[in-house]
Design a protein around this ligand. Sequence first.
Ligand SMILES: Nc1ncnc2c1ncn2[C@@H]1O[C@H](COP(=O)(O)OP(=O)(O)OP(=O)(O)O)[C@@H](O)[C@H]1O
Ligand SMILES: [Mg+2]
Length: 232
Amino acid sequence: MVNMKNDALEVREVTKSYRLGKSTVQALRGVSLRVRQGERVAIMGPSGSGKSTLLHLLGGLDTPTQGDVLLEGRPVTAMNDTELTLFRRRRLGFIFQFFNLLPTLTAQENVALPLLLDGTSLKAVQAKVDGLLEVVGLSERKRHRPDELSGGEMQRVAIARAFVNNPAVVLADEPTGNLDTKTGKEVLALFDRMARGANKAIVLVTHDPKIASFAERVVRMEDGLIAQIETT
Ligand SMILES: Nc1ncnc2c1ncn2[C@@H]1O[C@H](COP(=O)(O)OP(=O)(O)OP(=O)(O)O)[C@@H](O)[C@H]1O
Ligand SMILES: [Mg+2]
């Protein structure tokens, strides 16, 4: 059950440290953020400031060292592995900084993957998958594997995959980072179209102020902390 009053995602006073030999890296040093249903949030900040780490925690892909993560109002600590996996697969779309496509699968199969993992056959979802591939302009490449695609094409496969399960929230780590300006704009328009009508929340990490202006709130990270939140 989804309670409409709940935030889509929330982190409360989260920290994240990584141990590297004898030293510790403090990637996040106490961050609180709520993402409301249907809201669009951009995360900006210098390299190493903790943007990807924050995005991973928000989506329950990684656990904080301290603090709480809530997914549609439920603390992740109260969810078992299966519940967490199903939440990520059914409610969330994730576009990773380095795409995370499966190398042995075709573009079509990669897009269908979240549904295939749920036991649906490619045949049953073919029309939906082909529709998404058409939207991202890859109809002619659907039987190509990732090593037969360009960086921008892989990125577009990842974008199509993030939307295939009709998720409540899409988290995107530099979704236009490898695209030329024109394709970047098209991708943004695509996000807009896919998200606006459907009340999907979108959180995207970007270095590009033009891309960030797509969001209602811009979160600026600095050295593992939120330095500023601007409402546009
Ligand atoms: N698995 C890891 N092990 C050790 N340190 C890590 C790990 N992942 C991230 N870090 C460190 O945590 C800090 C924050 O990393 P993060 O990937 O969140 O930065 P970012 O803001 O996304 O940077 P970029 O813009 O370059 O993608 C960095 O100093 C990074 O070196
Ligand atoms: Mg990053």
